[in-house]
Design a protein around this ligand. Structure first.
Ligand code: CUK
Ligand code: CUA
Length: 624
């Protein structure tokens, strides 16, 4: 029977009669949510469609020479990088290497960036999921972007003046920082959810006893990027967002069973969303109510903890249908929206009721039934929520206040459904994480593209789809498909006026020694070390050649003395695994050992002028 099929593929998902038509699709698709290898369905047209293009003729064309109105910052998943994409054109403007190395820019090869990656854990990859823009007064201030590394428990910061990663924190005690957000309204902390439960400390002691495993919630200082404190909880943490007043951080969570396999993790009907009371946690830390593990104060926020018994528990546990996925807080900060994943509902948590309610059920303000596989919710600022439906392959638009009025499980608040192609994860509308979203455009980050593009071999691109939503009064209209290299998870959009990207480096912002043409030369700094300094400009290096001895440790410093934007020079040394970019007024350094005697033509890798090919220098390594 259908029931039997469902119970195999969908542990505990309860479906009403009218969902059975979709059950075959659901069983396959949910399998992939749950991590099994079943083929994913739900995009072949069988999932049903209520929407037709409205034909409003919304255009996302940005004419040649014109600029996009918004910056979009896309996480690159396990590629480790971020991508910057213009909205509404969906043109890729640049990439920002974060947890990866990048040969076009030299990120991970130059001394500063190599050290940063080394001190940030020394891994050659990361899995970034959730980019977050720094906020002042609940609005993006254009200073920084913070992003998590799900794989290695790290948080990185990107400087939005230069669009480059400037800090990576390898957070102690945590594996898999998944959820990541800033504490609104003023970015007091960068917050992270440790998704995997591990022993504390994770040193191999009693490693086979899952009762000793724990998930942690962490606060990192946004300026120093140092880990401030952690909170231990029951169950696995997933995604996190904060209210707008600096008090509550809401984390979705699953596996209240604390099992280590899928059957165990999905056994019970309920999981607990966690509401972290940030000032109460700070107070506990101040009072010394913590255990220090690997130098970090770890506060006990488990259900049995004494810190959770009094008038003001540091963590409130709010029961929700099992295994929810995301939580997003709406623009006015009234509700947190917890997407059901296995449940076809979104649970709305009333943040204003959190402080005073003693019964956790009292804080549930609404629970509309939105469709199958709800994962993420976004907002247009005009009273509408838009939820991605992984299994149904749809974006569903619904009315927030109508959902509060309606009975639990009601479909009445639903306004419209738009098919997407296929199986969406995150969904984001313009400036949706601020207190004043801009509406107009929404992007659905679809995991599968299937038939939407020319076949390019078995590893297919994702499909990020641009949907026009206007101010919420019009019907949704699908406007563009955009293939994405694996694998974006989330994105965030800021109006172009909020970002002030410099076109030329300001050397005062950097401590490196600026090199002038007169400085160019070779200085012996030790018996086996030299410091080579040279400038770059069109179309020559400051030194036509330089000589070092076999075995020398060579520190090569280069300053691009150009003052003109867009004139980048590259410094490539064949057979030494060295190439990096130097932008106008910037200085970059690289240190290597000259092991092999010979002549090496150093050349410029950025096409900088008509004489770009002639832009050369020679490194001569004399035999010892
Ligand atoms: S996410 Cu990280 S599994 Cu839904 Cu925010 Cu993709
Ligand atoms: Cu400098 Cu090409």
């Amino acid at each position: 029977t259908a029931d039997d099929d469902l119970s195999l593929g969908l542990p505990g998902l309860s479906l009403g009669r009218r969902d059975f038509m979709k059950a075959g699709v659901a069983a396959g698709a949910m399998g992939s949510v749950a991590g099994c290898s079943a083929l994913t369905g739900g995009g072949d047209g069988s999932a049903g469609s209520q929407s037709t293009p409205s034909g409003s003729g919304a255009s996302h064309t940005v004419e040649p020479g014109e600029h996009d109105e918004y910056y979009g910052f896309w996480s690159g998943g396990h590629s480790g990088e971020l991508r910057v994409i213009g909205i509404p054109s969906m043109r890729e403007l640049t990439r920002i290497p974060v947890f990866n190395t990048d040969c076009a820019s030299g990120y991970g090869f130059t001394d500063g960036t190599q050290e940063m990656l080394e001190e940030g854990g020394g891994y050659s990859w990361g899995d970034n999921h959730h980019p977050n823009l720094s906020e002042t007064d609940g609005d993006y201030d254009g200073e920084y972007l913070y992003v998590n590394d799900k794989a290695n428990g790290r948080i990185a910061r990107v400087n939005l003046t230069y669009f480059e990663t400037d800090a990576i924190t390898d957070v102690p005690n945590m594996q898999a920082i998944h959820g990541c957000c800033v504490l609104s309204p003023d970015t007091k902390y960068v917050l992270g959810n440790g998704e995997f439960r591990v022993p504390l400390p994770n040193d191999g002691t009693d490693a086979k006893n899952p009762d000793n495993y724990t998930s942690l919630f962490v606060a990192v200082d946004p300026e120093s990027m140092e880990t401030q404190w952690q909170v231990k909880v029951d169950g696995n943490l997933d995604i996190v967002d904060t209210g707008k007043e600096g008090r509550w951080a809401i984390s979705s969570a699953y596996n209240s069973e604390e099992a280590t396999d899928i059957q165990g993790m999905t056994k019970d009907d309920r999981d607990n969303v966690k509401a972290f009371d940030i000032p109460a946690i700070e107070q506990a830390v101040e009072n010394g109510n913590y255990e220090e593990v690997n130098g970090i104060p770890v506060v006990d926020g488990t259900q049995g903890s004494s810190l959770n018994q009094g008038d003001r528990p540091i963590v409130k546990y709010i029961p929700t249908p099992k295994s929810p996925h995301c939580v997003e807080v709406g623009p006015n900060g009234d509700y947190a929206f917890v997407a059901g994943k296995l449940s076809p509902t979104v649970t709305m948590i009333d943040l204003n009721a959190l402080a005073d309610s003693s019964d956790p059920e009292d804080v549930v303000a609404g629970r509309p039934r939105v469709g199958l596989g709800p994962l993420h919710t976004t907002f247009d600022g005009n009273g509408h929520a838009y939820t991605s439906l992984f299994i149904d392959s749809q974006a569903v638009k619904w009315d927030i206040e109508a959902a509060v009025e309606a009975e639990e499980g009601s479909e009445d608040p639903i306004i419209e459904k738009q098919d997407v192609h296929y199986n969406p994860g995150h969904i984001q509308a313009l400036e949706a994480m601020t207190t004043d979203p801009d509406g107009e455009w929404l992007v659905s980050l679809n995991k599968l593209s299937k038939d939407r593009f020319l076949p390019v071999g078995p590893i297919m691109p994702d499909n990020d789809q641009l949907i026009h939503i206007g101010q919420g009064e019009e019907e949704m209209e699908l406007v563009a498909d955009h293939p994405a290299y694996p694998e974006p998870h989330d994105c965030v959009f800021a109006h172009k006026d909020k970002i002030d990207a410099k076109k030329v480096y300001d050397k005062d912002d950097y401590e490196e020694t600026y090199i002038t043409e007169e400085d160019s030369g070779v200085e012996r700094t030790g018996e086996n070390s030299v410091h080579v300094k040279m400038t770059t400009k069109r179309s020559e290096f400051g030194l036509p050649d330089f000589t070092v001895q076999e075995g020398d440790e060579v520190k090569l410093s280069t300053t691009n003395i150009e003052g003109v934007q867009d004139i980048i020079h590259g410094v490539a040394i064949p057979e030494h695994d060295i190439n990096y970019a130097v932008a106008p007024q910037d200085t970059r350094e690289v240190t290597f050992t000259a092991d092999d005697p010979g002549v090496y033509w150093i050349y410029c890798t950025y096409f900088c002028s008509a004489l770009h090919l002639e832009m050369r220098s020679r490194m001569i390594v004399e035999p010892a």
